[in-house]
Design a protein. Sequence first.
Length: 229
Amino acid sequence: MSADTSQPDIIDAPAPWVLRGRGYILAVKMPEDVLAACPHTPAALRASRRSPLSLAMLVDYAESPAGPYQELLFIPGTFNFQGERHPSISRIFVSTLDSVVNGRRNWGIPKDRCDFRIDWQEGGADSAELTGEDGRRIARLVLTARGPRLPMPGHWLPAGLRTLSQLWEGRQYTLAPSAKGKLRWARVLDWEFDAAQFPDLARGRCVAALQIPSFEMTFPEPVIRDWAG
């Protein structure tokens, strides 16, 4: 879908953002043919992809400058961004148009909107279902966590490992988000995806999963420069 940034009822929420919520992080070993066939990765980046592991995140933001929203995103690997290698989000759905517009405008994140239904069960299995505006189901996930809640310090990864770059409309956006909160080990009980709309994670193998039962994340202003790739 295209996001009309001129709509007067869209919240104007420039970077930086501080967000609070909960979610899951999944590290997945994906088949090469699935990643190579992914139509959502910008053509200028595809040949430079390296993918020992891909990442997926399901997040429920209770607070953000653009209001509450949910998201499911996929990072296939790292790419060459004008001489530096960074991970990049290639596919992401969110639940509000405010998030779509501001995510594209602030950081070049290629957000699209769909409907989310997330059911959090304390002590049980959490589930999420994403449905497109045409009524087709995009994804369904059933996840559960185990063990104690462990602290996640604010800079639990060095900036070089958490730096993202996005290629959007001829410009490169680079930023290093940070987060703090709690985490628990988790596992995938079931999942399925419409491969035409989101990479089919079920074709891969989840090698690690974390639940983040509560966090605070900062998305800073990006460094923006013209793409000369």
